[in-house]
Design a protein around this ligand. Structure first.
Ligand SMILES: Nc1c(C(=O)O)ncn1[C@@H]1O[C@H](COP(=O)(O)O)[C@@H](O)[C@H]1O
Length: 161
């Protein structure tokens, strides 16, 4: 049973989806994936969302990026929107972030499929102790790497004349 459903507006968004898949695979979280567009195939979006039992939706969209908000209109499950970098600078980001009250979408940064997946895992970890523990371990590993990197730059700085 898929826990996360990744829906992207176009096949051209797939590289961003791959970043999300990589994180979900790392945590062993099952996912479904599909291309559907609120602009081009609105009925397909409704059918996919209504027919899904996923706990969290990740929606990737560029340009006017209606898709995450439209997905949110068909479900009360959390929807995480990933703005795809497009022809204008912040068009997709602003579309995703500016939802009307009552139908929120959690926006992550431009092209940040990885963060969308990590946020989805954090949501699932609220009711999954194993996932919560794995997230804690990874935070500790991240902190250890920062300390190691810091020691490295201190050492390298000493060598600068
Ligand atoms: N934002 C949306 C929606 C939507 O929101 O329904 N449908 C497609 N798109 C976006 O259009 C961009 C260009 O799509 P094409 O590459 O297919 O022309 C993609 O980033 C897609 O997410």
């Amino acid at each position: 049973m898929a826990k996360v459903f990744i829906i992207m507006g176009s096949k051209s968004d797939f590289p961003i989806a791959q970043k999300a898949i990589s994180v979900l695979n790392k945590y062993g979280v099952a996912y479904d994936i599909a291309v559907a567009s609120a602009h081009r195939t609105p009925k397909r979006v409704e059918d996919l969302v209504s027919g899904s039992d996923a706990d969290v939706f990740i929606s990737i969209a560029g340009l006017s990026a209606a898709l995450p908000g439209v997905i949110a209109s068909f479900t009360t499950k959390p929807v995480i929107g990933v703005p795809a970098s497009g022809s204008l600078n912040y068009d997709a980001l602003l579309s995703i972030v500016q939802m009307p009250p009552g139908i929120p979408v959690a926006a992550v940064g431009m092209d940040r499929g990885d963060n969308a997946a990590t946020l989805a895992v954090e949501m699932l970890a609220l009711s999954d102790k194993g996932l919560a523990e794995k997230l804690c371990e990874d935070r500790k590993a991240m902190a250890a790497k920062v300390e190691k990197d810091s020691a490295f730059v201190v050492e390298e700085a000493r060598k600068v004349e």
